[in-house]
Ligand binder design. Structure first.
Ligand SMILES: Cc1cc2nc3c(=O)[nH]c(=O)nc-3n(C[C@H](O)[C@H](O)[C@H](O)COP(=O)(O)OP(=O)(O)OC[C@H]3O[C@@H](n4cnc5c(N)ncnc54)[C@H](O)[C@@H]3O)c2cc1C
Length: 574
């Protein structure tokens, strides 16, 4: 594997082949998604533009695999039978353009296509290559921000609408998968919230949540004793939430894309949107779509408005899949009261057999490497083994990202942060809180209803233009987000923004942000000892990224953009 210089990467001009099937696709790295290649050429980014890159992404790891797809329990890279979609190659027009081919964008597009709208979906990489394809796909009736906390801030009127939204989303996935014959392994299971430890405060939390769930009208919720056997992770006392569901997020979203396409919608992959202004959306390759309505379903919206980015914080989260013997685990979903919490489900029939999926260990994106727990995956694994000692070897481990809104509720609806005009042009779906497989269908309903001219029952609760409830919790979350963003900017000039190291000091296969003259540099030394250096300034909001040793990536503290070790954007694509 020969490293290539930045200039040779840029001038290679590798042709990007049309997409035909999921296997055997060769794609060039999109140079505009590199750390050192900002999309907007303003003064703030000059340092990034001018920084000389000493080595760039090798072509080998990306060759042969669709861009953005991960190796995880859903076997995205092996799933070669799913249909693929072309790159947008000509200028066109539509009633609505949906940017983003994850569960939110596809749910919105599906509802609009069914209502007879001419819809274009533009996906930067591949359908469900964002967080949807990384999800553990537990459709929960529990809201993981706690119904009692939501009630404290918005009253029972709000908590009951949120509960109803969960129910609606789960029923929607069932209904759509049946109507469109999407074989996505949908299965109703019970969900269980249980105390993380024996402290009285953990039991009190459980009791408060049970009472709040009853007031919110969560159907059938009750306190149960699970018996404490190893198939239920030794859990005894728990609150049971009936009619949660598990599914395969990859199969579902690929099926939705197919349904959209069959019903006359136009789906494009490898079509990264670079600009969305006025009534025109333009891709990085220069094609545009004229449209009166633009929906940003890109997990985090494209625009750079700091008001929006201070409404939510970006968090990293991690998963481990452990092989399980047949019958080794009871069906169900299990969530503890720790903060951040662990969530566990069972998945049958993966290419490596039955597995237990455990998710947790969230931390704010872009924290300094010394604050990161380098043993995250091992700790997650050990946590799972203590509860399910019958678990076998690790089958997969992977990470992802979520956006946590400061007032606990997602932002679905007209976008007040884009030119501050609520004239029906711009819509956003963001702030998933790590529960976006429920949020996607809900965003679909809210946003498609609004585009079609009516406000459904959830419009107000999830309106991005709402004022966050005044509470201690909200103030603390806002303070935390502002301090993270400020730290990202202070790091531009502060020596503390870099490690006291040179690139020569880095061990093989490790990275760091280092100081080089006046510049902060994101440096990675690969297994062969080759140094890869990029400007450490994130091309989106201009903050300094930080090295994340867990998934060997660089993360931005301001709004969570993630770059792989070679400086290529992989989370939050702009
Ligand atoms: C590890 C993990 C476990 C999770 N477990 C659960 C769970 O158990 N239950 C649950 O409810 N939720 C879970 N979630 C959360 C859930 O997966 C997400 O909230 C949900 O998938 C978000 O969907 P989305 O469509 O909003 O975003 P995404 O799936 O990220 O889709 C956004 C899409 O936009 C595209 N895009 C970005 N920029 C552009 C651009 N400029 N032009 C064109 N396209 C662009 C991206 O390529 C991407 O495909 C989990 C998430 C993770 C990471």
């Amino acid at each position: 594997m020969n490293p290539v210089t930045a200039s040779s990467t840029a001038s290679l001009g590798l042709p990007v082949l049309p997409v035909r099937c999921r296997s055997g696709i060769s794609r060039s790295p999109d140079s505009s998604q590199l750390l050192s290649r900002p999309l907007v050429h303003d003064a703030r980014h000059h340092a990034a533009q001018n920084f000389r890159v000493t080595a760039s992404a090798p072509t080998v790891p990306f060759a042969g695999s669709p861009p953005g797809l991960d190796t995880n329990v859903w076997d995205q890279l092996k799933n070669t039978s799913a249909p693929t979609y072309p790159r947008l190659a000509t200028n066109t027009s539509a009633d609505v353009v949906v940017i983003g081919g994850g569960i939110a964008g596809l749910s919105i597009a599906y509802d609009l296509v069914r209502a007879g709208k001419k819809v274009v979906v533009l996906e930067a990489a591949t359908i469900s290559s964002g967080q949807t394809g990384k999800s553990t796909a537990q459709l929960m009736m529990w809201n993981d921000n706690y119904y009692y906390k939501i009630e404290e801030e918005g009253g029972v009127a709000t908590s009951s609408k949120v509960a109803d939204g969960h129910r609606f989303a789960i029923e929607t996935i069932k209904r759509v998968s049946e109507a469109e014959k999407i074989d996505c392994d949908f299965e109703y299971v019970d969900g269980y919230l249980y105390p993380a430890d024996e402290r009285p405060s953990s039991y009190q939390k459980l009791e408060r949540e049970l009472q709040a769930c009853r007031r919110a009208g969560v159907s059938g919720v009750e306190r149960v004793d699970l018996g404490g056997d190893s198939d239920v992770g030794g859990i005894r006392t728990a609150i049971k939430f009936p009619r949660c569901a598990n599914f395969d997020p990859l199969k579902y979203s690929q099926g939705l894309a197919e349904a959209i396409s069959k019903r006359g919608g136009a789906v494009f992959e490898s079509s990264r949107v670079k600009r969305a202004e006025g009534r025109r959306v333009t891709t990085a390759a220069g094609q545009s779509v004229e449209t009166p309505v633009i929906v940003f379903a890109t997990h985090s919206p494209l625009h750079r408005n700091l008001t929006l980015h201070s409404r939510q914080s970006a968090e990293k989260l991690y998963c481990v899949a452990l092989k399980m013997p047949e019958g080794g685990m009871a069906d169900g979903q299990f969530w503890d009261t720790e903060d951040p919490y662990h969530s566990v489900r069972f998945v049958k029939g993966t290419s490596k057999g039955d597995c237990l999926l455990v998710r947790g260990k969230n931390h704010v994106a872009g924290i300094k490497p010394e604050e990161v727990d380098r043993n995250t995956y091992r700790n997650l694994e050990q946590w799972a083994r203590r509860r399910w000692p019958q678990a076998g070897e690790v089958a997969w481990e992977w990470g992802g990202q979520l956006y946590e809104p400061i007032d606990k509720l997602a932002l679905y609806g007209q976008d007040p942060f884009n030119g501050f005009q609520l004239d029906g042009t711009y819509y956003i779906a963001t702030g998933d809180s790590g529960q976006g497989t429920v949020g996607g269908p809900l965003a679909g309903k809210i946003i498609s209803d609004q585009i079609l001219g009516y406000d459904g029952p959830w419009s107000e609760v999830f309106a991005p233009a709402r004022l966050p409830a005044l509470s201690k919790d909200t103030a603390a979350s806002l303070g935390q987000v502002l301090s993270d963003v400020t730290a990202g900017y202070v790091d531009l000039v502060s020596p503390a923004g870099a490690q006291p190291l040179g690139a020569d000091d880095l061990a093989r296969d490790s990275g760091a942000v280092i100081q080089q003259g006046l510049l902060k540099v994101a440096a990675y030394v690969d297994e062969d000892g080759v140094q890869h250096k990029h400007s450490a300034i994130c091309p989106h909001l201009g903050c300094v990224v930080q090295w994340n040793p867990i998934d060997r990536s660089f993360n931005c503290p301001c709004h969570g953009a993630g770059f792989d070790r070679y400086g290529k954007l992989h989370d939050v694509i702009r």
